[in-house]
Design a protein around this ligand. Structure first.
Ligand code: MG
Length: 372
């Protein structure tokens, strides 16, 4: 009885107490659509999509739910590929939910479904939006990283590219001065520089060996420019969070323009496409550090997939790349029972995704349908 019997839709919306931002602008709210697909035999699976809620809701209510209702939940590829032609993020949500149903029917964990985990713990890094609407935003930005260090994180990512070079470098210098020496730092410019502005970071980057990577300094459209910049940098260069099909990574892979690729489990049109991207990176001898800033469920899938990824290095303690962990105010990030300890998440063994969705919180965060 693998027939799809019903689909619950939970559009979630939170207005932030204090907006925060990166080089792309301010985040005033956080929103997500959580779905739960039930089979006739009483098995259910959760999925998540992040996009503009009014259009996502219409798409699910009027097209996706009627399409999959009373169909076979085991035909994951068929439904996910069809829905990906309409909306890749919606397809990712359906992919997650149907995959969880399949694993529960098989009585195994998601990692076992994928062939078994290779790592019992997955490192995560605390990810920040550094800008707030205050004059000394840099002081506040450093304080929030120090608080994450106190909470056990030893890897973090902060933003640059949204202020003048002078202001941004003052922030990063302050961070270097105050963050204990055993913590490592990534800086993310969200594609905001040209090559000359990116090169202006070279002297400051040369001052320290604590860098994780320089993320998306320039537009990802220019693979050759990335390759040239990479030759000048002494630290890894990372990118790719917004690419929605794996073939868009190919010019970057062929030019060897990146050291670390950053696919997002919600952007590539399904968990299998996402895992294909991880394998493609390893095929090219590259590291993968997933982008997962949007939601708790997709982040959890990134952790599970990372646990099944062969190590990139034989150096003990550095063998697995970290998964992004949103460290900003975001109640949507609390939806799952999984929490990091000392900068790591323990990979669960229970059937399905091995994590419980907080249904009380799900009800409390439900979007009222008003404009935003
Ligand atoms: Mg980024």
């Amino acid at each position: 009885m693998s027939t799809i019997h019903s689909v619950d839709l939970y559009p979630l919306f939170v207005l932030l107490k204090r907006p925060y931002g990166d080089a792309n602008g301010w985040k005033m709210h956080r929103a997500a659509l959580i779905i739960r697909i039930h089979t006739a035999s009483g098995i259910s699976g959760w999925g998540e999509a992040v996009d503009w809620l009014p259009s996502l809701m219409r798409l699910f209510e009027h097209r996706i739910v009627p399409e999959i209702m009373h169909q076979d939940a085991r035909h994951i590829q068929k439904w996910v590929q069809k829905i990906a032609r309409w909306n890749r993020r919606a397809a990712s949500a359906v992919s997650m939910a149907l995959s969880e149903i399949a694993t529960k029917q098989a009585g195994c964990s998601m990692c076992d479904w994928w062939g078994g985990k290779l790592h019992t713990r997955v490192p995560v890094y605390a990810s920040f939006q550094s800008y707030v609407q205050k004059e000394r935003w840099d002081r506040l930005a450093v304080d929030q990283v120090l608080a994450a260090y106190e909470a056990g994180f030893r890897q973090c990512k902060v933003k640059v590219g949204g202020r003048t070079l002078q202001e941004d470098q003052r922030h990063i210098q302050l961070l270097l001065n105050e963050l204990p020496a055993n913590a490592r730092i990534a800086i993310d410019a969200n594609e905001s520089y040209d090559a000359a502005a990116a090169q202006a970071w070279l002297p400051l980057l040369a001052q320290s060996n604590r860098w994780l990577w320089f993320e998306e300094p320039i537009s990802l459209k220019h693979a050759e420019a990335y390759r040239d910049l990479k030759r000048q940098l002494t630290i890894p260069i990372a990118g790719g969070e917004n690419l929605t099909v794996s073939k868009d990574y190919l010019p970057l892979l062929q030019e060897r323009a990146l050291d670390i690729v950053q696919p997002d489990p919600m952007h590539l049109g399904g968990i299998e496409a996402y895992r294909h991207m991880l394998a493609l990176a390893r095929t090219h001898g590259l590291r993968v550090s997933p982008h997962t800033f949007d939601g708790a469920l997709s982040r959890h899938y990134a952790v599970l997939a990372q646990a099944c990824l062969p190590a990139w290095s034989k150096m003990q303690g550095d063998e697995l790349e970290p998964v992004e962990w949103d460290a900003m105010e975001n109640p949507l990030g609390e939806l799952l029972s999984i929490k990091p300890r000392e900068g790591h998440v323990v990979v669960p063994d229970e059937p399905g995704i091995g994590a419980e969705v907080d249904e009380e919180l799900l009800q409390a965060l439900k979007w009222d349908g008003s404009g935003y």
